[in-house]
Structure formats: C-alpha cells, structure tokens
Write a protein that binds this ligand. Structure first.
Ligand SMILES: Cc1cc2nc3c(=O)[nH]c(=O)nc-3n(C[C@H](O)[C@H](O)[C@H](O)COP(=O)(O)OP(=O)(O)OC[C@H]3O[C@@H](n4cnc5c(N)ncnc54)[C@H](O)[C@@H]3O)c2cc1C
Length: 421
C-alpha cells in the first residue's frame, strides 16, 4: 500500500518505521529540514508511564485560577484571551475535572503508555538503537509532606491500574540518587520511584529511527509544507502541498499541534490545543553532581533527564496559542530550580533555552484510529507524553492499517470519545 505520513516528529517517524516493517511504500512529509525539529526536539526526555495522571483533575480549576497572574506559573491559562478554540478546549477540559473522569483518563493513558514502553523496549532490543537512553527508572521528588501524601494517593491509584511505584523516604531518595544530597539539606519530604520507566533523547531517537526507516525503504521529504487535504466521497483523494499534490492509498495525520488546522476543513474537529512548554539543556562541569536517574520535581512541576554530559530540565505549560517565542521569565524559573537542586553541577551560563507546543487534548489522552474518511488515520494529541507513547501509537496505527487487531483495547483512545459527548 502507498502511504503518506504527514509530519516527521517522534510520532510520525515511528509510525513510518512500523508501517515500513509491514512492507508498505511509505513517504513522510515535513516542513522542517529534518526529523523531530519541532515539539519532539528538546522535550523532558522521559519515558514516563508514571505521568499518567491527567492535568484535568478536581483541584485544577481553582489551582489554575490562582496561577492566572503568576508569569512563571507551572500552568498558565488566561481565559480572557480572545481565542474561541481555547474556550472550546477549556470547556471540555473543565468537564474532565471530576474524580471519575480523572480515573478513567488515567486508566486510558496508562494503558497506552505501558504498552508503548514495552514496544520501545522490544524495538531497542531488535535494532540496538542508541539515543542516550538511561534505563534506571524515574524518581518523583516531593518538597512538602502534604504533596508527598497526595503523591502516595496517586501512586495507589496507578498501582491498582498496573504501575507499581516504590515509596521512599528522603534518605532513601539520596541513597538512590546521590546528586540529591543538596536538596535533602533544604526541602525533600520523600519520593516515589517508578523503576521500569526510562529516559532518553527523543530527537536523537527520531533521527536514528529515521535512518533505520530509510534503510527499510521509507522516503522522507523535508521542506514540504502541507496546505490541505482534498476529498472525493468518503476518501482523501489528494494531499496538497507547496511542492505539488500527492496521492496515496492511506494517509496518517501526525502533525502534532497543527493537526486541527488540516483536519478542520474536512469537518473533523480535533480538540487539540497547544500547551507551550520550555526546556533548558545544560552542559555539565561536574557530572557527578548531576543526577543520572531521571527525576520529576512534583512540587515545581519540572523534570530532569541526563543526556550524556548534558542535563535537560523541562516544564511549565502555557495555553497561549501557536506562539513559539521564548519568555525569559520561564527560562529563568527552570534555571533557578536546577541551580538550587544541583548547584555544583554546572556554571549555568549556557542554557540552550527551547520551547515547544505539546499537542494537548482536554483529557490528556491521545487520538488514534480511523476517521469518517476511510483512508485517513489519526495519530496525534499526545500532549505531555508524546515521546512516551510514540512507539505504541505507531504500532497500533500500523495494525489498524494492516487490518490487524491492536494488542490493546482502543476504547477511549479514538476520536469517538469526543463525538459521543
Ligand atoms: C517542554 C516539553 C517537555 C516534554 N517532555 C516530555 C517527556 O518528558 N516525555 C514525553 O513523553 N513527552 C514529553 N513532551 C511531549 C512530547 O514532546 C510531544 O508530545 C511530542 O513531541 C509530540 O510529537 P509529535 O510527533 O506529535 O509532534 P511534533 O514533534 O510537533 O511533530 C509534528 C511535525 O509536523 C510538522 N508539521 C506541522 N505542520 C506542518 C505542515 N503544515 N506541513 C508540513 N509539516 C508540518 C512539524 O514540522 C513537526 O515536525 C514534552 C513537550 C514539551 C514541550
């Protein structure tokens, strides 16, 4: 089958790879000059099933309101912005802020995240792909006893859904990750360890996987901007680009935060809104003073991942449209926290600041599967966990196109969940 994959982020590239494994004739289109140069470029680097708790939870509306006037707030949402797509997304988000919806969404996210982690592990074993991966688990740290208590409650829910975590005292955290010794002297209430989670460079992974995909016959066409999709009856007849039109038997939409723009004229309303996040990538002067285990600071909403001699620090979310300009105040917040936790690790002069647009759905669950057009498939809306979920989502997409039954239940992972509500 001739297949066009639209978008060469981590999601599109993994999709192309798994489609090529099935023997399809695959072409990937992307406007950038290489793979993973937008949101998949410098993310938090975590393969974190442990982050399956959705943003939409009962305490979030009040919390978000409190953060409204704080420029460096972990989640910045300004509802008075003139932005109907934000309001529509926000209403759906609010509907998901109940305990019942939170548990349901956590279950759905965990289902795909755990599956994806196992597909990634198998892929690594099969191909030997290297991307500065660290397979030592993810340690969540808590600065206050109250937050630690809440974290343990979430851990109980995750454990019941299939993700066990170890509960650690502050001393046990430091024993596991000695670089936390400085934090233990200031404020460290305890930690939760998710031993099977991992970290690794999503950009490097995508580049390396694109080479393996090319070796299996995939063509990457960079510098091509997709303008629209044309239809004929219940099929997509043509992909219109700035370099001419293209036809295919099947088309997979993996455009991240930009998928709604291409889908909307077809009558497909994807409830995806960009949640802008930031990262800094710090060269280490004293590698022993920086963590090797990937960390999540649950109090400051930031993650830390070791990529060779670099420490990646990522976090914050801002719902402010498709703007990718860097706000110094947010970069500074990442630096401040990294420096306070690991003061000896680096001089913190070269920060390599970056931001990207997480393709966020209101329930934090991605959108996979077919559409009302028989040859158009969706693989997008992965929000905060696109790197974590990429391999599983790609395998599922390949399964659906091949007519195979995916290995996990897709109930709640397709667009149907929004159409019904
Ligand atoms: C600060 C931050 C930290 C994060 N940390 C983590 C983490 O630790 N773990 C995790 O799992 N996830 C994390 N994420 C989320 C993860 O990075 C995203 O979910 C993931 O990168 C989305 O991948 P994608 O392939 O769907 O989108 P993208 O990487 O954005 O790919 C979409 C591609 O489509 C192309 N494109 C768009 N429009 C067009 C067009 N019209 N024509 C041609 N090409 C087009 C773009 O060039 C791009 O290459 C983080 C995100 C951010 C911002």
């Amino acid at each position: 089958m001739k297949i066009l994959v639209l978008g060469a982020g981590v999601v599109g590239t993994t999709t192309a790879y798994f489609l090529a494994q099935d023997g399809h004739d695959v072409t990937v289109l992307d406007r950038q000059s290489g793979a993973a140069l937008e949101t998949s470029f410098a993310n938090g680097a975590q393969i974190s099933a442990c982050h399956a708790k959705p943003w939409a939870e009962p305490k979030m509306p009040l919390q978000a309101l409190r953060w409204t006037f704080q420029a460096d707030a972990p989640l910045l949402f300004r509802p008075w912005r003139w932005d109907p797509s934000l309001w529509s997304w926000g209403l759906k988000f609010l509907r998901n802020c109940t305990s019942e919806r939170m548990r349901l969404n956590m279950d759905r996210t965990l289902r795909i995240a755990l599956y994806s982690r196992s597909v990634l592990k198998a892929l690594r074993q099969h191909t030997g792909i290297q991307y500065n991966q660290v397979t030592k688990g993810i340690l969540h740290i808590y600065r206050t006893p109250e937050e630690f208590t809440e974290g343990r409650a979430t851990a109980g829910q995750l454990s019941a859904l299939g993700l066990p975590q170890d509960i650690l005292t502050a001393d046990e955290c430091v024993k596991l990750e000695p670089a936390l010794a400085h934090a233990a002297n200031t404020d460290l209430a305890g930690g939760l360890m998710s031993p099977e989670d991992e970290s690794g460079d999503a950009h490097l992974f995508t580049e390396e996987l694109s080479k393996l995909a090319v070796a299996r016959g995939v063509q990457f066409r960079f510098g091509v901007t997709i303008k629209s999709l044309e239809t004929s009856g219940h099929r997509i007849s043509r992909v219109v680009t700035d370099q001419g039109d293209m036809e295919a038997d099947a088309i997979v939409l993996t455009l991240g935060s930009y998928a709604p723009h291409i889908a909307k004229p077809l009558g497909i309303h994807l409830p995806i809104y960009p949640a802008k996040g930031y990262s800094i990538s710090i060269d280490l002067d004293s590698p022993d003073s920086a963590p090797t285990i990937s960390l999540t600071d649950e109090t400051r909403f930031m993650v830390f991942s070791r990529l060779g001699n670099t420490l990646r620090v990522a976090g914050t979310a801002e719902l402010a449209g498709w703007d990718t300009s860097l706000a110094p105040v947010r970069v500074e917040a990442l630096k401040r926290n990294a420096q306070s936790l690991f003061p000896e690790a680096s001089s913190y002069t070269d920060l390599n600041p970056w931001c990207g647009l997480r393709p966020a759905t209101p329930d934090s669950v991605p959108i996979l599967g077919g559409t009302s057009y028989e040859n158009l498939f969706l693989n997008t809306g992965h929000g905060t966990l696109g790197w974590t979920m990429a391999c599983g989502s790609a395998q599922i997409t390949a399964d659906l196109i091949a007519g195979r039954k995916p290995e996990i239940d897709l109930n709640g992972l397709t667009l149907g969940r929004f159409e019904r509500s």
